[in-house]
Write a protein that binds this ligand. Structure first.
Ligand code: HEC
Length: 131
């Protein structure tokens, strides 16, 4: 009888390795952690809401699709996957740039350590345990 060898490939401990279903190994150790109230709201209001707000109409939206609005924490949860894709992975939002790399890192941390766990999408394997 043949034994099947199981090869487990672990992602490198890379802050940018994030996304649905990926075990997040980088520690979320910031205390207090980044939350919607102390980070997300302000960042989104500066960088995203000028176009992506329910009260932003017509040409003021800069082409942002109707209904793609981030007015509150629930919206961020609802749009989490798309926000991660465009603002963290592809860095295609905001369209004219203007987000500092550091700000994107903080956004990635907020998404990884607060938003995704709320959605039950990440396995915080080893958080606080790994070197
Ligand atoms: C200047 C206006 C403007 C700003 C500011 C802006 N966006 Fe957008 N956004 C757009 C436009 C235009 C589109 C549609 C075209 C596209 O998808 O590239 C869009 C589309 C999107 C979509 C839908 C993409 C998809 O494929 O489903 C998401 C999600 C998004 N933006 C997130 C963000 C986030 C997060 C920020 C802030 C970090 C942001 N946007 C800032 C104009 C803007």
């Amino acid at each position: 009888m043949w034994l099947t060898s199981l090869v487990v490939v672990l992602p490198a401990c890379d802050d940018h390795v994030i996304g649905q279903g990926i075990p997040i190994r980088a520690a979320c150790l910031r205390d207090p952690p980044l939350t919607y109230d102390n980070f997300g709201d302000g960042m989104i209001s500066r960088q995203c809401r000028p176009c992506h707000g329910a009260l932003v109409r017509g040409g003021q939206r800069g082409g942002a699709p109707i209904g793609v609005d981030f007015d509150n924490e629930q919206d961020v949860l609802d749009w989490a996957d798309a926000i991660l894709r465009v603002a963290v992975e592809q860095e295609s939002m905001p369209p004219a740039g203007g987000m500092l790399p550091r700000e994107r890192e903080l956004l990635a941390e907020y998404m990884r350590c607060d938003v995704l766990p709320r959605l039950g999408q990440v396995d915080l394997v080893g958080t606080g345990e790994d070197p």
